[in-house]
Design a protein around this ligand. Structure first.
Ligand code: GS8
Length: 218
């Protein structure tokens, strides 16, 4: 039975999982969730994720939420198929993948997601962007990207000279961030820029990027 992914292609966290499924070449069914009508806060969806958020993955009788936990499951279950995203045969490399996955979730995501939310998502929901929040997080993001610049001048990808989940997890927010006026934070750092150009040109991303839109050019 094919995996079922509940989510939307515009959603950053859904896209993180979509990118992983495409890297692995795994069959799945994408089941749309109507966020605008509040379907995700109704009992049928809450029984899948009590926090009422997308994405959710169903694999037979297993139900998972949290996009990064889902990608880790997919990468492990299908370790012999497609790109090896977790370096399952090499404990040291596997540990480094975990380190940089944590960096993405704890340092990078916490800075970039408020910028994307304020500049792109909030205005769509009728909320004016708060420039003070954007400015504070641009400063935080710049410091994180300084660390990336230094790391990526030594290795081609974050965990080493191999592409992994640690890189993949950056895709959704960076994609939207690059449409903001502050894309220079990436473009002015040559190693970060080269890394972004490399990971964003992967076939798995090309399959989903066209559907990553909030409408009206954003
Ligand atoms: C966050 C999920 C999330 O924010 C994860 O899966 O990684 N840590 C979780 N989902 C958003 C869509 S953004 O892609 C969501 O469902 N928002 C609706 C809501 O919170 O009501």
């Amino acid at each position: 039975m094919a995996l079922k992914l509940y989510g939307l292609p515009m959603s950053t966290c859904t896209t993180r999982v979509l990118a992983c499924l495409h890297e692995k070449g795994v069959d799945f069914e994408l089941v749309p969730v109507d966020l605008f009508s509040g379907e995700h806060k109704q009992p049928p969806f809450l029984s899948k994720n009590p926090f009422g958020q997308i994405p959710v993955l169903e694999d037979g009788d297993l139900t998972l939420f949290e996009s990064r936990a889902i990608t880790a499951y997919v990468a492990e279950k299908f370790k012999e198929t497609g790109t090896d995203l977790i370096k399952h045969n090499n404990p040291k490399e596997a540990a480094l993948v975990k380190v940089w996955m944590e960096v993405e979730s704890q340092n990078f995501n916490s800075a970039i997601s408020p910028i994307v939310f304020e500049y792109i998502v909030g205005p769509i929901m009728g909320k004016a962007a708060d420039q003070a929040v954007i400015d504070a997080n641009l400063e935080k993001l710049g410091k994180v990207l300084d660390v990336y610049e230094s790391k990526l001048s030594i290795t081609k990808y974050l965990a080493g000279d191999f592409y992994s989940l640690a890189d993949l997890h950056h895709f959704p927010y960076t994609h939207y961030f690059m449409t903001t006026p502050w894309a220079s934070l990436v473009n002015d750092r040559p190693h970060v820029k080269a890394w972004w150009e490399d990971i964003s040109s992967r076939p798995a991303f090309k399959k989903i990027v066209g559907a990553m839109t909030f409408g009206e050019g954003k």
